[in-house]
Design a protein around this ligand. Sequence first.
Ligand SMILES: *[C@@H]1O[C@H](CO)[C@@H](O)[C@H](O)[C@H]1NC(C)=O
Ligand SMILES: *[C@@H]1O[C@H](CO)[C@@H](O)[C@H](O)[C@H]1NC(C)=O
Ligand SMILES: *[C@@H]1O[C@H](CO)[C@@H](O)[C@H](O)[C@H]1NC(C)=O
Ligand SMILES: *[C@@H]1O[C@H](CO)[C@@H](O)[C@H](O)[C@H]1NC(C)=O
Length: 546
Amino acid sequence: MRVGSHRYKHNNMKQLCIVVLLVSVFGLSLQKSTPQDPHYVAAVVEYNRLSTDVKNNTERYVSLIQDAAQQNADIVVFPELTLTNSQYTFEVPINGLVKEQPVPALYPSGYDEAIVAISKAALDNQIYVVINGREAMDCTLATTRAVEYCPEQKAYIFNTNVVFDRKGAIIDRYRKINLFGEPAHTPALRPDLGKFQTDFGVTFGHFVCFDLMFQVPAVQVVQKEAIKNIIFPTMWFSELPYLTAVQIQEAYAYSLDVNFLGSGANNVRVGSAGSGIYSGKAGALISTMPGLPATRLLVATVPKVPGQITEPFAGPIYDNPTEHDNLKLIVDPSLASHHSKLLVPGYQEITLEDGDVSCTFRVKLSRRNGAEAVHYRAFVRDGTTRADRRDLGVVGCLLSACRTDDVASCPYKFTKNEENPIEELEIKMKTYRNEYNTSQHCNNIQYYPTSFRYNHFPLSSKNFTFTMSSEENCESENEIQDNVSVFQKELISKSKREEISFKLEVPQKELVSFGIFGRIYTRDEDHSLEPMVGESSNELYGFTDY
Ligand SMILES: *[C@@H]1O[C@H](CO)[C@@H](O)[C@H](O)[C@H]1NC(C)=O
Ligand SMILES: *[C@@H]1O[C@H](CO)[C@@H](O)[C@H](O)[C@H]1NC(C)=O
Ligand SMILES: *[C@@H]1O[C@H](CO)[C@@H](O)[C@H](O)[C@H]1NC(C)=O
Ligand SMILES: *[C@@H]1O[C@H](CO)[C@@H](O)[C@H](O)[C@H]1NC(C)=O
């Protein structure tokens, strides 16, 4: 049984008294999920920072924590770098003071003000809280060096998640491993994963923003630690065709088959927006992609087994289309150089190849109605892409809307009166077979089904099917593996191909992009430590005082 304060607001005094009595007899435990419950209640915040003043943001955080608790949330997650500012840091001495005084609210003289206030809000409202901010660690001090890993005697600043339990205690600290245009920050000194347990029987993994793109931590934390629930504070800069915020959050939850709590910083002017709570292959329990400045608290009941939904859920929060265009969307500048072919009205089957990847498109387009209707183009990709001085291994098969028949006009986010309905669409991709990485304990390749509609949300998973041949043939593969030598195994895996099918189940007219995005992590190269030659660092965060 759950008793929510929002419920008794509208009732009469007598009922109010009964509720108050129940709460005082059983305490707040009435509102908490237990290890036996098949689900828990999660909240994520889409947060628009109105001011860079830390006090102001701390107060607004505290009030959002109260709102989340009043809706029975067991845990609430805040975005990346929206509490602190470019001048402000806090300390999280998890190997020092936290061991003796784990609850900053009960030891305010030892901790930073913002940390004390969040701890107090977690304690007062009996809720788990995850925040992110700029963490200072002063390795010039012998006391720090005595308990922390300090490769150099200097003051470090990290981009850090801090987790508080219901008693206000700090229970975990995770430092972002993969920075993105943050010259003031140092990446985690060691690739430590973020992970914590809760009193409702769920273990969470957590990482930050750009980390999502990498084997460590995004794939490793799920597969090595057998974790099914992920927390993701972010300030994501949406990029077409594959990497808009809700699109990639939902695709990650689907591909890794996890529950995913994504909390996004809202700054639409620079292209940052998008939050949601997703449950494995069932997709978004609730999601938002505001085109206007907005702070929103999203709450959902999350099944502990990803995808096994029994409770009603809201799904995407659709905003007025007139508000969409204020959200800046970056476009992958390399798209026009990929192999591609313009699609024609009616039915066609075409195959495109690049490197070792082939994409077969079976597609039926409507007859284009009027000169305004969008064009569609098919793309294939086998290579690497540049992102903030890193080369990332990528493969892809993609269908993209384009404004004209010119490849330079793709992708094109069109509007209702430019629709050109897609009646049938199946993409068959022949590509690299994943190999399990036995030293990292996770996949070397991960494939994501992704889509983007002009309303800024991906397709519901009810409207597509995504199948991989390796997952269907798991058993026969194990049989072979038990018998043959390591050398033979290698030959088999090299000759083996992955076959992926990504197919529409229902005709669609809002599709801007629809494709299989694959990350080949073994191709990744990090150039961020090399000296810069005529190239300026990508300082997106620099725009806005983070
Ligand atoms: C925070 O700052 C904004 C903008 O100045 C203001 O509108 C808001 O009332 C402030 N909130 C708090 C809690 O101080
Ligand atoms: C495992 O992953 C690491 C890091 O991505 C990589 O350097 C290494 O080559 C991989 N090992 C194998 C056997 O694939
Ligand atoms: C599936 O697609 C159809 C056609 O676009 C749409 O009407 C329907 O709402 C979609 N289903 C879900 C669950 O989103
Ligand atoms: C594997 O080995 C067993 C016993 O050594 C044998 O009976 C079986 O046929 C072998 N299977 C394959 C696929 O080689």
